[in-house]
Design a protein around this ligand. Structure first.
Ligand SMILES: [Zn+2]
Ligand SMILES: [Zn+2]
Length: 876
């Protein structure tokens, strides 16, 4: 019985079926006890609130290409999936829901609120995990983890306590970035600096004990913070102000006496060279205050309102206070000039509110001792960045790293395991919850209200997910992981912290290599954003083009670390590739019976192979070598190119045509090569390859577990490749001439080839039947020299000159008329396009792609015109 598949490829029908089957068969499950070499990857855990966007689609495609190939190569392969609880992001989502019901989290209280977030997580969270399945990602779902699950929470607590015991975690009053909207501290990385045109105000501070008209002017962009000033400062080298040394000034509005100090950090070029010093609201001032023992007066509170220390301004919002302060200064004649100053102002990454530097009691990780081994590990090559230049970015940041503020004033997350005794003020940091004070036995114990920065738990991801702090088989087998694949935007947030924690707690790097991906842009190379309306939904395009086609587009475009411009053209092109493969299979299945079996390579080598079979075997061996070499270097786009070119330009374009002469004889090679090519392609296009492979004679249960093709040098035959190239070149050139001459589709032509070379003569004789069949040639005559008949079309193919005598085959007069008519038509098109494109307002106003399209058409017509003119010349 013949194998039959549907006439057209229907991706949606095929894709849903296979993924479920793969999962149910347990193919993606890794084995902690296996003695095979292991290959492991942990997924960058998506936020529990997330849904799949093009960035994930790219990242997971790259993961899956690498992971599926390793699995087929026989590695004990683990791709560990999971999700991040995403502190602020998730809390914001649930708070928004509450707000719609007129409630705040404080109405519910901490416990109820956290319960509510868990409920939300159960109901709406984790949609993304289903979506990840939808795109074919071969994750081991039996090992799925969540950063807040029991095991990972235990790991977080263990790490916190150990670091605390070693003095690497401390609690201290420091200036932190505070978001008055989210009401939490932010790490330096969570602050986004945006250029803003600020106003620079000059304010007069009267000098104490001098006549009323003497003052110094300070320049500031934040006049409201002057309420917290505890000094004014100048550079000690600044001769203009040396006379005021040891004097003091009277702080306007509050009439507080503050000293004149000298500090090297003051920039003499800025403003007047005198600056106000506000240690509680500016990080440079904070450090200056430390050096000079200045007091710290917080005049702005957590809600960005003025505190009691702001005197008459108490209770005002910071912006309102600014207005009132300026107005009062003006009334008192203490406001000087105002200038515009381009400034970089910090905004909250989550909600875009202007960040307020606040003095606050927070928890910090002392980072330098952790950073040093993590720097050394990359320097010595134990972890390698791909592409390598990203290591520079990593080093630069790691060498300038500052202590990491890890406490967040949120409720959703890992609560800080510090406990306070209300009776004796003892603080206990502990792995287990504390209920009575070890010092005074009081039971009035409170746990710290804060939770840890989300990145604290994701920093442990490569080992906490494998069971640490227990010494599990998973850890032994899969740590260090082989590879991390991630975007360049989270090298600091995530990669650097995993490196530090991995070195510290596992005494080894968390991954052997870090593969940095680019981002997916639109066809105009613009970043995708909601406001631009150019966001592409990956699942929508998977529905439209087929998941395999989308995956192939993402794999084929963009070298490692470079961005991808996603165009409809490319997606169409790779959908056409799926169709091409499907149609090739239909053709093959016309010759295949259910009784046919797949030959082994040994059987094949011993059999009587035709010229074309030996050629295609040599070519598939080269493609195999190319794909493997590229993927070994994590160069997925070159890998995709090798398999695409083989299947499209060699297997479909030539081989399937050439074997039409002797289909039965070529059947073993045909089955062998197509089956190999499907396995080679499987990591890129998992669905269509499984569907076709199952219908072909094959060995094994699923292509997922079939061996990945290996390069077989014995199949390479350079002589045959050169001969086939010659034949193909001749066929191509003859076909072109036939098309240009508009020869009847059934009209065969004679061919004369000029050569004295015996070997080439032999090739032409051996391959005669292919030339006959493919180029509609009725005779191949080998001559020492071309004759150059008037009506002969000439050409060069594979370095050999040839001619096709056309005497009697074309009516010269009619042909000339036809060509002239064609040329006229084309010329009219050229003129019209020329007019359009020389019209400046069209070129300026029309959409860029319309203008481009017109340019392309013009070039096409010009090319046609040149060919037609050439044809006419030949007839002259
Ligand atoms: Zn915020
Ligand atoms: Zn106590």
């Amino acid at each position: 019985m013949k194998v039959e598949i549907s006439k057209t490829y229907n991706p949606q029908e095929v894709e849903g079926r296979w993924y479920q089957w793969w999962e149910s068969k347990g193919y993606f499950r890794a084995d902690a006890k296996s003695s095979r070499p292991s290959f492991s990857i942990v997924i960058p855990p998506p936020n529990v609130t997330g849904s799949l966007h093009m960035g994930h689609m790219l990242n997971h495609t790259i993961h899956d290409v690498i992971v599926r190939r390793k699995r087929m190569q026989g590695f004990n392969t683990l791709w560990l999936p999971g999700m991040d609880h995403a502190g602020i992001a998730t809390q914001n989502v649930v708070e928004r829901e509450l707000r719609n019901q007129g409630l705040s989290r404080h109405d519910l209280g901490r416990e109820k609120f956290v319960e509510k977030v868990w409920e939300w997580k159960k109901q709406y969270g984790g949609i993304i995990l289903q979506q990840i399945r939808r795109i074919g990602a071969s994750c081991d779902w039996s090992r799925e983890r969540f950063t807040l699950d029991e095991g990972l929470s235990r790991a977080v607590r263990e790490v916190f306590v150990r670091l605390y015991e070693e003095g690497l975690i401390y609690r201290g009053k420091r200036l932190i970035n505070w978001c008055p909207r989210c009401l939490t501290a932010l790490s330096d990385l969570e602050v986004v600096y945006q250029p803003v045109d600020s106003k620079l105000y000059y304010i007069r501070y009267p000098l104490k004990g001098r006549e009323t008209s003497s003052f110094v002017e300070v320049a500031t962009t934040r006049p409201e913070t002057m309420l917290g000033d505890t000094a004014v400062a100048v550079n000690p080298k600044d001769a203009r102000y040396s006379k005021y040394k040891d004097e003091s000034v009277i702080l306007p509005l509050l009439q507080r006496e503050i000293p004149f100090i000298q500090d090297d950090a003051v920039d003499m070029e800025f403003g007047t060279g005198v600056v106000k010093v506000t240690p509680a609201h500016d990080s440079a001032d904070f450090e200056m205050g430390q050096r000079h023992g200045l007091s710290q007066i917080s005049v702005i509170d957590e809600n960005a309102k003025i505190t009691v220390d702001g005197g008459p301004y108490q209770g005002l919002d910071r912006l309102e206070a600014r207005k009132r302060v300026l107005a009062d200064l003006e009334t008192q004649g203490l406001l000087g000039k105002t200038e515009t100053l381009p400034n970089n102002v910090g905004h909250c990454q989550r909600c875009n509110t202007v960040v307020e530097p606040l003095l606050s009691l927070q928890w910090f990780v002392k980072i330098k001792p952790l950073a040093e081994p993590a720097i050394a590990a990359v320097e010595s090559g134990r972890t390698e960045f791909v592409p390598g230049n990203w290591s520079k970015t990593y080093f630069e940041w790691m060498r300038n790293i500052r202590d990491w503020c890890i406490s967040r004033q949120l409720w959703w997350g890992h609560r800080i395991p510090a406990f306070y005794c209300d009776d004796c003020n003892e603080m206990i940091v502990s792995r287990a919850d504390v209920h009575s004070c070890p010092k005074c036995s009081s039971s009035k114990i409170r746990q710290d209200q804060d939770v840890l920065d989300t990145w604290f738990s994701s920093g442990l991801w490569p080992f906490s997910t494998l069971g640490w702090p227990d010494r599990t088989d998973d850890l032994k087998t899969f740590y260090p992981t082989s590879l991390l694949i991630t975007g360049y935007d989270i090298i600091f947030f995530w990669v650097a912290r995993m490196m530090m924690f991995g070195m510290k707690f596992m005494n080894d790097v968390p991954f052997r290599a870090v593969y940095i991906t680019g981002i997916v842009r639109d066809s105009e190379h613009q970043k995708m954003s909601k406001s631009k309306g150019n966001v592409v939904d990956p699942l929508e395009i998977c529905d439209k083009f087929g998941t395999d086609a989308v995956r192939f587009t993402l794999a084929r475009n963009g070298a490692p670390g470079t961005d991808i411009a996603l165009s409809e053209d490319a997606l169409e092109g790779y959908r056409a590739f799926s169709t091409k493969i499907w149609n090739a299979a239909r053709l093959i299945f016309m010759h295949v019976d259910e009784s046919d079996r797949l030959p082994s390579s040994a059987e094949l080598k011993q059999s009587d192979l035709s010229f074309v079979d030996r050629w295609i075997l040599s070519r598939v061996a080269r493609a195999t070598e190319g794909v493997n070499r590229s993927l070994d270097q994590y160069n997925r786009n070159a890998g995709a190119r090798h398999i695409y070119n083989f299947l499209w330009h060699e297997f479909c374009a030539w081989y399937l045509e050439m074997i039409k002469l002797h289909p039965e004889r070529s059947k073993p090679a045909l089955l062998y090569v197509f089956e190999s090519a499907l396995r080679l392609l499987h990591p890129f296009m998992p669905f269509i390859t499984e569907e076709l492979w199952q219908n072909l004679p094959h060995r094994g249960e699923s292509i997922v577990m079939a061996p990945y093709p290996e390069f077989d040098p014995e199949l390479i035959d350079e002589r045959i490749e050169a001969q086939a190239e010659l034949v193909q070149d001749i066929v191509t050139k003859v076909r072109n001439i036939r098309a240009e001459m508009d020869l009847d589709k059934k009209q065969t032509v004679p061919l004369r080839v000029a050569t004295m070379d015996l070997a080439q003569t032999q090739v032409l004789s051996d391959a005669r039947e292919y030339i006959f069949k493919l180029a509609l040639v009725n005779q191949v005559e080998v001559v020492p020299q071309l004759r150059g008949d008037k009506l002969a079309a000439q050409g060069v193919a594979g370095g050999l000159a040839f001619e096709i005598p056309l005497e009697g085959l074309i009516d010269v007069g009619a042909e000339r008329t036809r060509l002239n008519k064609e040329l006229d038509k084309v010329q009219r098109e050229i003129d019209a396009l020329d007019r359009k494109l020389s019209n400046a307002s069209f070129v300026e106003r029309a959409p860029k792609e319309v203008v481009e399209e017109n340019r392309r058409r013009l070039a096409d017509y010009q090319d046609q015109a040149a060919k037609l003119s050439e044809g006419l010349k030949r007839l002259a």
